[in-house]
Design a protein. Structure first.
Length: 483
């Protein structure tokens, strides 16, 4: 990989920062401004589990309990760092809502408190009307509460197929992240209002469907698809009204949930871009990916008021990042009034395609700094934290190691000036024999007195590499620290 990623310390987003003392869970069920028809709360519903997964849970309003439709199909029942319980839906779980809940698509409201550690490639299903188990599923052109990515868009809230970005303005607020947030909707005959925290947009009316009994949490009951394509989110609470709340009442519910769950308005954002390393694959599930870790409740890695979005995707190259950057309604167009920061790592798959170091370097620079379409030109800030693998590829010969004693001469002489335009804060990287000795693993050593330095300045200054000697570096040899 090319280790090109955000220097979180520079922004005060301290990776590995101390955890704040976890507060005790709420001793009583938080009161809502308006009584709901149905309400499921991992902390207060009566929850039955098996092997750590939800089997059933009561409705706090006594109307419609939820239940797993088979062994292993229920979400995980977990507790976060603040002592609050939640249910983890990881793409292959859902809960069936009993038939006591009867809704109409143009006369209902739904709100939930959730984290979205990473958005699936297309739909993220939170709640749908009708139930396959009960035979009541209906094609409503989408569920009442979900988010959706269309042609590499950012992943906006939608209700019954009406996306937030179809509104005249304000869609940039309606993109969920890995942090805890309120996501909601209210639907009436005249249209729908979509919420994310205290922000909202108005979209067209839903497809008309009435008298639908039951529901499913975590998938679209009409056409569920394969289990791996279901919802990906951590659910702290879900509330359903069988009426279209007024704008004022819906706003009151949203703000009450924000207060109960300690959620503050979002003004800044951090977008994490890259390949499988950023996405999290294999044992590193979405819930354990970098975005999820940074926003874990009870930690101070990211300040309050920041949205953190993970757009990394396995197998991606720089060209894929450019496609997402340039997409209509993509993340790069969804700027907030505070800080807009992108951190990315990329290159493993580019190198696998036998790209040369100069080509890859030029591609990365074009991604960041290109007239009208570069990340920087679009108003984003880029901070460089670790460029060690870039330097290793540039300063090392192309052939792979054939043995522990093999030495490689630089493919680009260290006396050659290599320049590119990558604006960021002042930073310094250095390698020395001491740094080499301090690290573990295979090393090729550094010549006595070798000094390799990387200096980066703000305002589109040149990036310059200088050095001398016969060497090759591994990623740990270079240490980047803010000045």
């Amino acid at each position: 990989m090319i280790g090109t990623s955000l220097g979180l310390g520079i922004l005060g987003l301290r990776v590995g920062g101390p955890a704040i003392p976890p507060p005790l869970p709420d001793p009583v069920v938080p009161v809502l401004p308006m009584a709901a028809a149905a309400r499921w709360h991992p902390g207060f519903s009566q929850v039955a589990t098996q092997s750590g997964r939800v089997v059933s849970a009561s409705d706090l309003q006594g109307l419609a309990q939820v239940a797993a439709s088979g062994a292993g199909l229920g979400p995980q029942a977990l507790t976060d760092g603040q002592g609050r319980k939640f249910w983890r839906f990881a793409g292959g779980q859902f809960l069936d809502v009993a038939a006591g809940l009867v809704c109409g698509s143009r006369n209902m409201s739904v709100f939930m408190v959730a984290r979205v550690p990473r958005h699936p490639a297309s739909y993220n299903r939170y709640l749908s009307m009708g139930s396959q188990a009960q035979g009541t599923q209906v094609n409503t052109l989408g569920g009442p509460l979900e988010t959706r990515v269309v042609s590499q868009s950012a992943g906006h809230v939608q209700a019954f197929g009406k996306l937030a970005y179809t509104a005249s303005a304000g869609a940039e607020w309606l993109v969920p992240g890995a942090q805890k947030q309120v996501i909601g909707m209210t639907s009436g005959a005249g249209g729908q209002r979509l919420f994310l925290n205290e922000r909202h947009v108005d979209v067209a009316a839903a497809y008309a469907a009435t008298g639908i009994a039951g529901a499913e949490i975590g998938r679209y009951s009409w056409s569920p698809g394969a289990a791996v394509t279901w919802g990906v989110f951590d659910l702290y609470e879900m509330i359903v009204y069988t009426t279209a709340l007024s704008n004022a009442d819906a706003q009151a519910v949203t703000e009450a949930l924000m207060g109960t769950h300690g959620i503050v308005p979002v003004t800044s954002q951090l977008v994490l871009e890259g390949d499988s390393i950023t996405q999290g694959t294999g044992d590193v599930t979405e819930a354990l990916s970098c975005a999820a870790v940074l926003t874990e409740p009870g930690t101070t890695h990211v300040p309050a008021g920041w949205r953190v979005i993970n757009k990394g995707m396995s197998g991606n190259k720089v060209s894929d990042l450019m496609t997402r950057r340039d997409a209509a309604n993509g993340w790069a167009t969804q700027r907030l009034p505070g800080q807009n920061v992108v951190a990315f790592e990329i290159g493993r798959n580019d190198w696998a395609a036998n790209i040369t170091a100069p080509q890859h370097y030029a591609n990365v620079v074009s991604y960041l700094n290109k007239a009208t379409t570069g990340v920087l030109q679009l108003g984003w800030t880029v901070h460089l934290q670790d460029v060690s693998m870039s330097l290793r590829r540039i300063l090392s010969a192309t052939p792979a190691h054939t043995g522990s004693s093999t030495r490689r001469r630089p493919a680009i002489p260290l006396t050659t000036r290599v320049t590119a335009r990558i604006p960021t804060c002042w930073a310094r990287a250095s390698a020395s024999p001491a740094a080499t000795r301090r690290n573990t693993g295979s090393r090729r050593g550094c010549s006595a007195g070798l000094a390799v330095s990387l200096t980066i300045k703000t305002s589109f200054k040149d990036l310059a590499l200088h050095g001398a000697g016969d060497m090759s570096l591994d990623s740990e040899d270079l240490i980047l620290e803010p000045v």
